[in-house]
Design a protein around this ligand. Structure first.
Ligand code: NAG
Ligand code: NAG
Ligand code: NAG
Length: 402
């Protein structure tokens, strides 16, 4: 692994060229193939409800962001596009280099704020990478489909419109709110980890955007992810005494794992265990020399206890190798705000990767449902994007009043 490094760009400087452009020209540019994109197809969404701030259309921005492929690792184009839009809307924008990508297409986090004050009371954040594969933007009825439409580019546009409208109405001032859009959330949280380590900005409160069905997440389960590898010894199945069957060692271990009483918590429900992959052997008439399993536990509470229970099962089994790949503590966040419902979530977010801050409150909120987020039918409802703008506005005002 190449050690991650950071290179902050004074994005302002590189955009001076754009400064004399009027909005008309800019919109025309966006309308052409400024970023290798085709002009927007307006017709299919004439019936949708839009929101516009200083000629920036929420539906246009959403379409643009969804249309730019940004599978984790390849977020260059979407970051540069987003930075340019935020800059045009009057924010100071920094691109923060995140390791990976290529020399000509580096990966960037996007950090934006008012004026010169980088440390803000609240940071409003989400991610600009998506899971594969890319799915083009399209509209059916009031549903807006496409990869990232919901997870999490829906949150991104709603957050941006909330913040721009608060700024436009002078409801927030410099030093109060910043926007942070990170890469790599869907794989390893490298974007948020890099921001935590190197961005050198301080926040007191954080609002995370992910699909929560417009409710406040009460938290989410942690992870405990491991592999089991059994190395036996092959032989003819007619002479099993000459071999060591890897499956006969692995299967009882898996049964014991399935029988574990894992910790539960009223708030998040039970910890659940999934044996997601099993692989062993070569043929029915050969004693298998090798068996393999991947197991992921979604941890509702007490990660240390989960670790202990698993090790009790897998420890001291001859021929068995236990490889622990990743652990994440369950996250318990703030969710009590008047006017918002709450929701229990079974998916992981960047929340544990934002470290090194003394955050007094953390909220998780966004349009769309996780149930469609990684599927090939990923979509967000038009109306949810608009409701989320209002939701983020309320949340930001709520936390600033603290
Ligand atoms: C962090 O920012 C402050 C100004 O806000 C600056 O004085 C300091 O040198 C910066 N530290 C690093 C490591 O960049
Ligand atoms: C902003 O935060 C950084 C990192 O915590 C700190 O080094 C710096 O002094 C802060 N700047 C101001 C102006 O408070
Ligand atoms: C968090 O609080 C601790 C203890 O008060 C302090 O030492 C540290 O600098 C704070 N960190 C930030 C980022 O403000």
């Amino acid at each position: 692994m190449v050690p991650p490094y950071t290179m902050k760009l004074a994005y302002t400087a590189s955009l001076l060229l754009l400064a004399p452009l009027t909005w008309g020209v800019l919109v025309a540019q966006f309308g052409q193939s400024a970023f290798g994109l085709e002009p927007l197809e307006r017709e299919p969404r004439a019936h949708l409800t839009d929101l516009t701030i200083d000629k920036l259309s929420l539906l246009d921005l959403h379409e643009r962001l969804v249309s730019i492929p940004s599978v984790s690792g390849s977020e260059h184009a979407v970051a540069v596009y987003l930075a340019r839009v935020l800059e045009q809307m009057g924010l100071t924008v920094e691109l923060e280099r995140v390791s990976g990508g290529s020399a000509d297409k580096p990966r960037y986090n996007v950090y934006a704020y008012q004026g010169r004050t980088r440390n803000t009371t609240v940071v409003v954040t989400s991610h600009i990478d998506t899971v594969p594969p890319y799915i083009p933007y399209h509209v059916e009825g009031t549903k807006i489909f496409g990869r990232g439409s919901c997870d999490a580019k829906g949150s991104v546009v709603s957050q941006i419109f909330a913040v721009l409208s608060l700024i436009g109405n002078a409801e927030v001032e410099e030093g109060q709110v910043s926007l942070l859009y990170v890469v790599g959330e869907e794989v390893d949280g490298s974007g948020m980890s890099t921001a935590s380590r190197d961005l050198n900005a301080t926040w007191e409160l954080a609002i995370f955007g992910e699909p929560t069905e417009l409710k406040l997440g009460v938290g989410h389960k942690g992870n405990y992810f491991f592999e089991l590898v059994v190395k036996g010894h092959a032989s003819h199945s007619g002479y099993p005494e000459l071999g060591t069957s890897a499956t006969e060692i692995l299967v009882p271990v898996l049964q014991d794992l399935l029988a574990l009483e894992l910790p539960l918590l009223e708030l998040l429900g039970p910890s659940t265990l999934n044996i997601g992959r099993i692989d062993a052997g070569v043929a029915a008439n050969v004693i298998p020399a090798r068996a393999y399993a991947q197991v992921l536990i979604r941890v509702a509470a007490d990660l240390a206890l989960v670790d202990k229970l698993v090790r009790q099962v897998v420890g001291n089994v001859a021929h068995l190798e236990f490889k622990l790949h990743a652990t994440n503590e369950p996250q318990y966040i703030d969710y009590k705000v008047d006017g918002f419902e709450s929701i229990v979530l079974a998916y992981a977010t960047d929340i544990p990767n934002l470290v090194g801050q003394n955050l007094t409150l953390r909220y998780l909120y966004g349009p769309g449902s996780i149930h469609v987020a990684h599927g090939d039918n990923e979509y967000v409802e038009n109306e949810d994007l608009l409701v989320a703008v209002e939701g983020y506005r309320k949340l930001i005002k709520h936390v600033l009043a603290k």
